[in-house]
Design a protein around this ligand. Structure first.
Ligand SMILES: Nc1ncnc2c1ncn2[C@@H]1O[C@H](COP(=O)(O)OP(=O)(O)OP(=O)(O)O)[C@@H](O)[C@H]1O
Ligand SMILES: [Mg+2]
Length: 294
């Protein structure tokens, strides 16, 4: 095992809230580690404490088995959740400025290629789109050719195409045997990109492991989605759980065939029914009783 990062019993208490409430995990080299959780779960605080931007209340953080020192600062790349780009600079000038700050640097052409910046190199930072901005921020986080990269919600607010672009970049980074720590609200993203995820809620990790394993162990059934009102008595006659949605109901049956038979026998219209495997969103609901995203 080649452990890059170890976090032990981390806490960060503010007067009003325990933003991190006893978090421990370790991350092996070359993986993508995802912190997943709703707003306010403590994801940003956790990575900012690890990055050394926010002091912890207590706990220990080791980088390659040692306390974080000069080597950590040199070998880490950070993309913050919110970053203002310098005005009056082009994309290329911004990247060159950032690279000049470091002793150790990524190859400029490679950075441009990995982050798909060729077409916007001479654009003014103030005139680039949200997706282009995220790609530039990612290139800036990679300017020092880091071994360990922190990405705080790199795809929030992006359209599906820009999000897929970002996923390609993260895969490219991983293919270079770098280690990535990312936070996200999107369970699909976590399932696609992350080798290991830790689901956070109220400052604690409530489940951790490879996404497929977590699902297999705790949430391996199906979800039946019906876009109509079904009364409680009917729902309770089905073996399993159910939850009301904005415009219908989601049922997590113990036996899918039995559930569908019951619904048919009750004369319920199944023409708009959707059946899908359970996912991380369902796991979160099962663990906390609430949805990951409102
Ligand atoms: N500087 C601060 N002072 C006081 N409370 C803070 C501070 N920073 C964060 N918090 C609180 O700590 C908790 C965790 O916040 P954090 O930003 O880590 O959440 P998050 O999981 O990143 O959420 P989001 O998904 O919205 O980015 C929240 O309740 C937040 O209000
Ligand atoms: Mg955050």
């Amino acid at each position: 095992m080649n452990t890059v990062l170890e976090v032990k019993n981390l806490t960060k208490f503010y007067p009003e809230v325990k933003a991190i409430n006893g978090v421990s995990f370790s991350i092996e080299k070359g993986i993508c580690f995802g912190l997943l959780g709703p707003n306010g779960a403590g994801k940003t605080t956790t990575i900012e404490v690890i990055e050394g931007i926010v002091p912890p209340t207590s706990g220990e953080i080791l980088y390659r088995g040692k306390s974080r020192g000069a080597r950590f600062r040199e070998e880490v790349g950070i993309q913050f959740q919110n970053t203002e780009l310098p005005a009056f600079l082009s994309v290329k000038e911004t990247l060159e400025t950032f690279r000049s700050l470091y002793g150790r640097k990524s190859d400029m052409d490679e950075l441009i290629e990995i982050c798909y910046l060729q077409e916007i190199l001479n654009h003014d930072n103030r005139k680039i789109s949200g997706g282009q901005k995220q790609r530039l921020l990612l290139a800036m986080a990679l300017a020092n050719d880091p071994e360990l990269i922190f990405l705080d919600e790199p795809t929030t607010g992006l359209d599906p195409q820009s999000r897929r672009h970002l996923w390609d970049i993260v895969r490219n980074i991983k293919a270079r045997e770098k280690t990535v720590v990312l936070t996200t609200h999107y369970m699909e993203e976590a399932q696609i990109l992350c080798d290991i995820i830790a689901i956070m809620d109220y400052g604690k990790i409530i489940a951790a492991g490879p996404p497929e394993k977590l699902l297999e162990e705790q949430c391996s059934g199906t979800a039946v989605i019906l876009h109509e009102h079904i009364d409680e008595k009917t729902l309770n006659s089905i073996q399993g759980n159910w939850v009301r949605m904005k415009d219908g109901v989601e049922i997590y049956p113990e036996n899918l065939n039995d559930c569908i038979k019951t619904l048919m026998n009750l004369g319920i219209n199944l023409s708009k029914m959707t059946v899908r495997p359970q996912n991380l969103e369902d796991l979160f609901l099962k663990l906390t009783g609430k949805r990951l995203r409102a």
